[in-house]
Design a protein around this ligand. Structure first.
Ligand SMILES: [Zn+2]
Ligand SMILES: [Zn+2]
Length: 219
């Protein structure tokens, strides 16, 4: 279904160089928007693929909402008809026992994890060999989720230290903008105008905390 996933170091370079958000979030958005579109336009009538979606019990709420923004409504109608009719809940039979809620099996969330692990691993490996250093220094900050994920999967050492140092410097800038935003809302300083990055800082703060909406539920 979403198995066409290749690690591409050019894609990582491009995201570090050009993304106006966390580079890993950018890679995820690009990959998933393409996959969703191709799924809806080409694969929705494939009975086997639809069976896989039923087995996974559809997408998580976050990714279902994103699906709504993609392509014409007919393929979605086919998919939703299929899913709703196979997911009608029934009261449990036999002796009552409190049941665990069902887990998130969203296939797109699974794809997100695969992309994250692949690209963060590629970055860690590259940094260890002295690649991507300048690109990372000048890139957009990684979101909190991908910052933590990088620290969890990279080995302690110079590559990890370098990443950490750059992230701290970039986060310092976001915190500075937020502080100025707050300060300039005090009536005593109201005649001071906000810089564009200060004006944007509540939004930047939210994006840093939550990452891209394409992460779905697992973020
Ligand atoms: Zn991110
Ligand atoms: Zn999901």
């Amino acid at each position: 279904m979403l198995n066409n996933f290749y690690l591409d170091s050019h894609k990582l370079q491009e995201a570090l160089l050009e993304a106006k958000q966390c580079p890993i979030c950018q890679i995820i958005e690009d990959a998933l928007s393409w996959h969703m579109e191709s799924f809806l336009s080409e694969h929705v009538n494939d009975v086997k693929i639809r069976a896989l979606w039923r087995e996974a019990e559809g997408l998580c709420p976050g990714h279902t909402r994103l699906l709504e923004g993609n392509g014409p409504p007919l393929p979605r109608a086919i998919l939703y008809h299929d899913l709703i009719s196979s997911l009608i809940p029934t009261p449990p039979k036999g002796r009552w026992q409190k049941k665990k809620r069902s887990q998130n099996n969203c296939p797109i969330c699974a794809q997100v994890v695969q992309i994250e692990d692949g690209y963060l691993g590629l970055l860690a490996e590259g940094l260890g060999k002295g690649s991507f250093l300048e690109l990372l220094e000048n890139s957009h900050a990684f979101c909190l989720h991908h910052w933590r994920a990088f620290l969890a999967l990279s080995k302690p050492g110079t590559a990890q230290d370098f990443f950490q140092e750059k992230q701290l410097a970039k986060t310092e800038k976001t915190l500075g903008d937020l502080s100025e935003f707050i300060r300039k809302h005090d009536w005593r300083y109201q005649d001071e105008t906000l810089t564009p990055s200060e004006a944007e800082s509540p939004k930047s703060g939210a994006v840093f905390l939550a990452g891209s909406i394409w992460l779905g539920r697992q973020g």
